[in-house]
Design a protein around this ligand. Structure first.
Ligand code: FEO
Length: 399
């Protein structure tokens, strides 16, 4: 890649990771980028760094503009290792005058790299730092999505460097949103939100309100992953507002795993019942779908219906994986139900119900179990369950 001047004397100097396919459980099937930004000013400043194996890309990109040793300041908006693991080597090489981070950033940098002698300068929300011609203002965004997270805002340029927020895992040679297919871009942004930021939706709503209240004009949002929002910054903020509210929509997901296709047949019959009620449905067989794709669909669904056969008195392992992952991401305002085929004891349905309860999903039916293979009457019961959930969802979503 080449460095890209995103505004006058501010350069993208990050790295593109075309190969990564798993990001702590999230399927990054189109890779990602680690964005870092170089600001040329009286104090030459590097905002964020990259994952350790990409250190040479960062240094090569900086080196095409200036000698990396000329960097005076490094701003660390976020300590997670995809943005900071090259820091120890970079610090040895560059020896900047100061490294700016939040209070929790300081604590977390120490806990990661054990370097108390780095020239830390802890900054607070609202604090401004003059770089010479330009000023940068820091905005702490605790738990969005780590305790150390913060934004760097450049008021003169109306540029927000937003760390993970507004990011997407998508490796491209283009750097801006208006250079790629926008509908695909929003798909990646939605997947990112659903799999990274969903548990912190309440904080997202508060942060967006705070930005509005502060009257910060924003013309460009430069996240630390994916494309920079130059053409559609307002649209991605609006999308975040909607995703964070998690208003239930009249759409259902059926998520299942099956041993001998009986639970699958139940899933199909439940889908028919939902369609009879006019509810659009997406059906996810966990043998062929990734948990992070399911989570993306959860953003738009009001009803979540889970099915599993019982194996050795337990849920099938892929369903346990899905439910555990989803529980951590804490979707809100959903209704749900469970179903499954069984041989002799049939614990899976009860175990799914326990997950639903823990996730505070409103259970609209005690759960449907069918012994071995569903007959015509069994499939009728499944269809009736689909209709029941469809009716409940219409009730939940009527305005
Ligand atoms: Fe992209 Fe939270 O790291």
């Amino acid at each position: 890649m080449r460095p890209v001047e995103i505004i006058d004397k501010v350069y993208w100097v990050g790295a593109v990771d075309w190969q990564i396919r798993d990001f702590h459980g999230y399927s990054t099937y189109k890779g990602t980028t680690y964005n870092a930004f170089l600001v040329l000013d009286d104090q030459v400043t590097l905002v964020d760094t990259v994952k350790k194996p990409f250190k040479s890309d960062l240094l090569r990109h900086v080196g095409e503009i200036i000698d990396p040793a000329q960097i005076d300041y490094i701003i660390v908006n976020h300590v997670e290792m995809d943005h900071s693991s090259c820091l120890p080597e970079i610090m040895d090489l560059i020896r900047p005058e100061k490294i700016f981070c939040s209070t929790m950033g300081h604590k977390n940098l120490l806990a990661h790299y054990h370097c108390p002698d780095w020239p830390y300068e802890v900054v607070k929300s609202g604090q401004q730092l003059s770089l010479g011609q330009r000023t940068v203002q820091f905005l702490e965004t605790r738990m969005l999505h780590w305790p150390d997270s913060m934004f760097s805002y450049f008021p003169d340029d109306r540029l927000l460097i937003s760390s993970d927020a507004f990011g997407q895992h998508w490796a491209t040679s283009q750097r801006f949103d208006d250079e790629v297919d926008v509908s695909e871009l929003f798909q990646h942004a939605a997947k990112y939100y659903a799999n990274i930021l969903l548990p912190f939706s309440g904080l997202v709503t508060k942060l967006l309100a705070q930005i509005k209240e502060m009257g910060l004009p924003i013309e460009m949002i430069a996240p630390d992953h994916g494309l920079i929002w130059r053409g559609h910054p307002a649209k991605i903020v609006e999308a975040y507002d909607a995703w964070a509210r998690q208003q239930p929509q009249p759409q259902a997901l059926i998520i299942y795993d099956t041993m001998w296709h009986s639970t699958e047949a139940m899933a199909q019959a439940i889908a028919e019942g939902l369609l009879m009620e006019g509810i659009p449905v997406k059906v996810f067989d966990m043998q062929v779908n990734h948990r992070s794709e399911v989570m993306t669909a959860v953003l738009d669904a009001g009803a979540l219906i889970f099915g599993s056969s019982t194996l050795n008195n337990h849920l099938l392992p892929r369903m346990a994986d899905m439910l555990t992952y989803m529980k951590g991401l804490r979707p809100l305002q959903k209704i749900g139900a469970s179903f499954g085929s069984y041989g002799w004891s049939g614990e899976a349905v009860g175990q799914i119900n326990n997950y639903l309860e823990e996730m505070k999903i409103k259970v609209v039916d005690p759960g449907l179990k069918i012994n071995y293979v569903p007959d015509a009457d069994g499939l009728q019961q499944c269809q009736a369950l689909g209709r029941k959930i469809g009716q409940a969802l219409k009730e939940e979503t009527k305005s």
